[in-house]
Write a protein that binds this ligand. Structure first.
Ligand code: PGA
Length: 252
């Protein structure tokens, strides 16, 4: 059985004070949750204080990005060991905003995954097609290219430490969620791909999150699909009440 994982990707939102206000609410309102893994991913500047506040709770902390080098002359970058020390369990990598705005390649993302694993943190590897790619019917090719590139050279044990997030670019921040059929179809494709690259056993164990306009009113519909094991949430993760509703989604 795969344990559902709901993660809030706060993006470039919330300073330290605002971050602490939000997690104060979440810690209290989610204290009774044990059947879902809960992760919050604040901006770098708030990671340490959020981690200090959440220590001993059932909410884990993740970062939204990192660089692959350990340290040195890389102005503006943050290393995996710094994130580890600041309390991170997860690191989101290859988010479509990183790919599109910051021109991150599959090769760069692959190196970042390696660096994150070497610090014993868990990568959340994102993939997803643009609207143009979906309309051209090349969604599967795009996902395959992103995942084979991102996962190149990792062992089965390493694969088991990862979470995959399928986030169609056209659904992110647009209010246009993929239908449960559209999402399930790609999730199944991803699981089959992992089974080909590794084994059925590993494919059955890896959790695949859906992301893109997940809201309290559509989360259960998506989560009840057989290959959807969680959600990576942007907008609806910025308010305690909506994030709590997402975590406490209705199970069939
Ligand atoms: P959204 O963002 O929920 O605001 O669409 C999701 C994401 O980018 O991870």
């Amino acid at each position: 059985m795969r344990k559902p994982i709901i993660a809030g990707n706060w993006k470039m939102n919330k300073n330290v004070t605002e971050s602490l206000e939000l997690v104060k609410d979440l810690r209290f309102k989610l204290a009774d949750v044990s059947d879902v893994e809960v992760v919050v991913c604040p901006p770098f500047t708030a990671l340490y204080s959020v981690y200090q506040f959440l220590k001993g709770s059932n909410i884990k902390v993740g970062a939204q990005n990192c660089y692959f080098e350990k340290k040195g002359a890389f102005t503006g970058e943050v290393s995996p060991s710094m994130l580890k020390e600041a309390g991170c369990t997860y690191v989101i990598l290859g988010h479509s905003e990183r790919r599109q705005i910051f021109k991150e390649s599959d090769e760069l993302i692959n190196r970042k995954i390696r660096a994150v694993l070497s610090e014993e943190m868990l990568p959340i590897l994102c993939c997803g097609e643009t609207l143009e790619e979906r309309e051209k019917n090349v969604t599967n090719e795009v996902i395959k290219r992103q995942l084979t590139g991102g996962l190149k050279g990792f062992t089965e044990d390493e694969m088991l430490k990862m979470v995959i997030a399928y986030e169609p670019v056209w659904a992110i921040g647009t209010g246009k969620t993929a239908s449960k059929e559209q999402a399930q179809e790609v999730h199944k494709f991803i699981r089959d791909l992992i089974s080909k690259l590794y084994s059925q056993k590993t494919a059955d164990a890896v959790r695949i999150q859906y992301g893109g306009s997940v809201k309290p009113d559509n989360v259960s519909i998506l989560m009840n699909e057989p290959d959807i094991d969680g959600a990576l949430v942007g907008g609806a993760a910025l308010e305690a009440d909506s994030f709590v509703k997402l975590v406490k989604f209705e199970k069939k």
